[in-house]
Design a binder for this molecule. Sequence first.
Ligand code: FMN
Length: 309
Amino acid sequence: IDLSATIGNETFQHPLINAAGVWDETATEMNAVLASDAGGLTTKSATLAPRAGNPQPRYFDTDLGSINSMGLPNQGLAYYLDFIANTDTNKPIDLSVTGTKMADQIDALKQIQASDFAGLCELNLSCPNVVGKPQIGYDLEATKEILDRVFAFYTKPLGVKLPPYFDLQQYDAMAEILNQYPLTYINAINSVGNGLVVDPETERVIIKPKGGFGGIGGKYIKPVALANVRAFRQRLRPEIKIIGTGGVTTGTDVFELILCGADIVELGTVVMQEGLDAFARINQELADLMAAKGYQNLADFRGHLQEYD
Ligand code: FMN
């Protein structure tokens, strides 16, 4: 069975990589992802300058997933560019980048454009956890403005990480914008923003930042991830690939995201909860399911989701 997939010029031998922000802030963590059965690495979303992030506690596991309000703790863009330049690997590395102001995001991409880095870059338009900042991905005008400004100078392969959408009209409007740019891929979805987990015993919220509101990941969000991947696959130009992210804990979940049109799939909360062994387990479950169904490679079923007549 062939589990390989391509995005831009990059070939992933296995379709599973870590989701941005999970096991990828330091060189030690990133090297561990590359040494695992992950098919590639996503870096923590880098900002121009290093950030300590929000006060603790800022991440909490629940039975059905997780809540977090990390606030973009990261080592700064130069650290990740340096890590990639000095890392010898045949696995693709996707450099995630963001900023709390549009001007900073543009400056970050200018630095990447000027660097030797030629891999995939993911512009995170969807971080729900920066105190006092709305998500660019929920603002059509801001999305258009940043993509206009970026593609005026940026010529390397670029993807965007999107927040979840919940209305069919939102998909129409967003896809119409995205289709106007030479995007290599989209990544759907980031956390379902601003959920709340309550501790009935202490009668208190469970994380400290933002009064307890935080991004929800894990099993809670799989139907939202499936819907976003499906809806964008039905609306985007076929050249724009899709990374499917959200709610994966099993090989069957990966299979479903690929049926909806995902090219590769990212693991977030499941890796927080189970560690890097999740990659080998879920790869094997996917391969077993494909074997049972008689599929040889991912293209045999990608996007083939059936509907009722
Ligand atoms: N998404 C980003 O695009 N950039 C980040 O820096 C980022 N940091 C995260 C940190 C944590 C602790 C978690 C749990 C998620 C973070 N995310 C970030 C969102 C994940 O990449 C992913 O989109 C989301 O968790 C949904 O996937 P899951 O259901 O597998 O957790």
